[in-house]
Structure formats: C-alpha cells, structure tokens
Design a protein around this ligand. Structure first.
Ligand SMILES: NC(=O)c1ccc[n+]([C@@H]2O[C@H](COP(=O)([O-])OP(=O)(O)OC[C@H]3O[C@@H](n4cnc5c(N)ncnc54)[C@H](OP(=O)(O)O)[C@@H]3O)[C@@H](O)[C@H]2O)c1
Length: 370
C-alpha cells in the first residue's frame, strides 16, 4: 500500500513538473532574432485582411515593426492599417502599408514585391538595399464537403445530365483554385521575397499550415492536400536554404555581418475561431474563395452563411489572438521547424507512426463521419 502511495506521488510530481515545464516553455520571453528590433524590423504578412493574419498584424504593430499587409479586400486592409497605427498599444516606430493582391496571380505577386522594395528603398536615406526579416504566409481558403458528395453534385440539375468530361473539368477548376492560393500562391510569394529575406541577418519564413496538413481530414480532402503540399515544399526549401551561400551584410553592426540561412517554420493550428469556412471552394453557392471582382475587393459586408451544413467542431476553437502570439513566437525562435497549436497536437505525427487507425477514428468523429 505504502509502495502504491509512493508511486502515485512520484507520478503526480512528474506530471506536474512536465506540465509546469510545458507552460514555462510556452510563456517565457524569447530573445528576438538579430536585426529584428524596432524601428528596423520588416515584416510582410500575406493574408492579413481577416482572421489570424489580422491579429498577427496588430501584434507586430505593438512592437514597432515596419509592416506590409497583403490580401484582396481593399477596405479591410485600409481599415486594418489605420487600426494598427492608432491602436492604444501601437509602438511609436510602427509603420504600416498595404497592397491589394490576389496571390494566385503571379502578376499581382510580382507587383507587390516590387512596390514593397521600391517604397523601402525610397525611405532609406543611405540607399542600402531593402531587407525583409520575416515573411508570414497566412493566406488560405478551405474545402468543407466530402469529395464524393461534392463531385456527385456537379450536373445534378443539368438536363441532359452533365458529361463525365464536363464534371471532371468543373472539379479541376475548383482543385486548381484551392491549390493556386494555398500552395502555388504561397510558393510564388516566397520566390518573390526570397532575395530580400536572404539579405537579412536571419530571414525567417513562417507558413501557416494546419493540423490538416499532417493527417487525413474527412470533408477537407482538398484543403488537407493543399496543406500537405506545403510541408513537402517548405521542408525541402529549408534544406536548400541551409546550404545556400551566405550574404555579406556591410550595413549591419559587427557580429551580424554575415547572414544566417533563411529559416522556415510551418505552423499547424487546430480549429481557430475565424470565418475561414465561408471561403470554401466546394460550397454550392458562388464561393468567396473565387477571385473577387473589384466590387468584392472593396466590400466590407460579411459573407453569406454557407448553404450546406458544414461538418467540424464548433466547440473549443482557438482564439486568433492567442494563435497570433504563438505565430510571432515561432517567427522569433529560428530553431522551431514545426509548431502545433495547441501544443499537445505535437503527438499527431507520433500517433500517425504507431497507430494511424486511431487518428482516422478521431478525425471521423470530429467531422461527423461516424
Ligand atoms: N480557421 C481555422 O480553423 C484554421 C485552422 C488551421 C489553419 N488555418 C489557416 O490559417 C490561415 C488564416 O485563415 P483564417 O482562419 O484566419 O481565415 P480567414 O479570416 O478567411 O483568412 C484568410 C486570409 O487569406 C486571404 N486570402 C485568401 N485568398 C487570398 C488570395 N487569393 N490572395 C491574397 N490573400 C488571400 C484572405 O484575404 P482576402 O479574402 O481579403 O484576400 C484572408 O486575409 C489559413 O492559411 C488557414 O488555412 C485556419
């Protein structure tokens, strides 16, 4: 009996120590990367007009960064830029600009990077080349229906019924749309900003993936595929960048004159309390994920509610502000390669290895498949 009590006490002590360490490791202040102090820290946030990206922008504004906000909805960007500058906790050094761009269009991406570089060069009295410390890739849209249900719905009301070729073509359009934003759009944006990141003492790319980027997710198959693709690309890019030649930084103080390799972190949140579901490419009504026309780009109206029941938990959603704080922490700590929010989701890759059927079952339950 005494032996049992001792074991229980030790187990409780170990669990408390573990939980205490986890809490401490998540909350302790981290040193910022070299070169990222106000008023010189430069940050580009892609997908900043709403949700997580918006919160990230507000938190960078509070620490005096020079921020570029990028998304398609013009008025949301303009009002966010004003809010960043006027927020009670805004740092006096904060500078915010915005650029309206659809990242699925390479012309928009090129124009964004060129406009940003030009404005930074013009402001720079000594004429040194533009430098980007942090690129936050937050833009994304979702899919919310089982693949078979969605593809079967094509041509449902057509007379005569739509041909297989027509149905495949329609599906292909939506697949290209989600991949064009969630994957190709983020890759080309990285390509456009990489030269500026390589001139920073420790350039950092933070990619917002998802828990769906690490495991199969029913009703989100296209979305999960686009997020898995990000891991394949950015995990490879990280290795290439580590081997890339270092740049000599003559403008920086002693000790920071050779750039560290640009580092990459993928952040995998669980469900966040944002409006993402309304962007779904596979909703029956015209999706908001489509490239909006000029009127839509200027619209501040909330999107209409989805016309179909969307599976997935409405409970225990993560707060965008708490996620944004974790994203900025991941941007500051160049050692982090992959971050799960909440932390205990880091077990996902391990369960995937040792008991994948359990993950399938949990995902089926979460998305109402069983
Ligand atoms: N919400 C969740 O449960 C959840 C969970 C895990 C991961 N995530 C990820 O978190 C990121 C942010 O999503 P959120 O939840 O904050 O949803 P959100 O409010 O809909 O934010 C998505 C952002 O992406 C931008 N965007 C979409 N398509 C774009 C395009 N073609 N070009 C430029 N910008 C574009 C949107 O701006 P415009 O519409 O103005 O262009 C918006 O600013 C996404 O990558 C999402 O996959 C979300």
């Amino acid at each position: 009996m005494a032996h049992f009590a001792t074991c229980t006490t030790w187990t409780a002590a170990l669990i408390s120590a573990g939980l205490g360490y986890l809490t401490y490791s998540q909350l302790r202040p981290l040193p910022r990367r070299a070169g990222t102090q106000a008023p010189t820290e430069t940050v580009v946030i892609v997908g900043a007009s709403s949700g997580l990206g918006r919160e990230v922008a507000l938190q960078y504004a509070a620490r005096g960064a020079r921020i570029l906000l990028v998304a398609r909805r013009h008025e949301l960007l303009a009002s966010l830029a004003a809010e960043c500058a006027s927020a009670a906790d805004a740092h006096p050094a904060t500078q915010v600009a915005y650029h309206v761009a659809d990242i699925s269009d390479p012309v928009d991406v090129a124009a964004t990077a060129e406009a940003w570089a030009t404005s930074l060069s013009n402001d720079n009295e000594i004429g040194s080349p533009p430098v980007l410390d942090t690129l936050i890739l937050c833009a994304g849209i979702i899919s919310v229906r089982p693949f078979t249900e969605w593809t079967a719905s094509f041509g449902e009301s057509d007379h005569p019924p739509a041909s297989l070729q027509d149905r495949l073509t329609r599906a292909r359009g939506q697949i290209d749309r989600i991949m064009g934003i969630n994957f190709s759009g983020l890759v080309t944006t990285t390509q456009a900003f990489l030269p500026y990141l390589q001139r920073a003492p420790a350039g950092r790319v933070v990619v917002i993936s998802s828990a769906a980027g690490k495991t199969g997710t029913p009703t989100r198959s296209l979305y999960a595929a686009s997020k898995h693709a990000l891991h394949g690309f950015f995990d490879s890019l990280r290795i290439e960048l580590a081997a890339a030649p270092r740049v000599e930084l003559t403008d920086y103080p002693e000790g920071q004159r050779v750039s560290a390799p640009v580092s990459v972190c993928l952040v995998c949140p669980a469900t966040i309390d944002t409006d993402l579901r309304r962007t779904a490419v596979d909703l029956p009504s015209e999706p908001r994920g489509a490239t909006p026309n000029v009127a839509d780009r200027n619209s501040l109206q909330p999107s209409p509610a989805p016309a179909v029941q969307v599976a997935g938990s409405q409970k225990r959603k993560l707060s965008p502000a708490a996620c944004a704080a974790r994203v900025i922490r991941a941007a500051d700590n160049t050692q982090e390669r992959e971050v799960f929010i909440p932390k205990f989701f880091s077990v996902v890759p391990w369960i995937q290895l040792v008991w994948p059927g359990l993950l399938d079952y949990l995902a089926s339950r979460k998305y109402g498949m069983v």
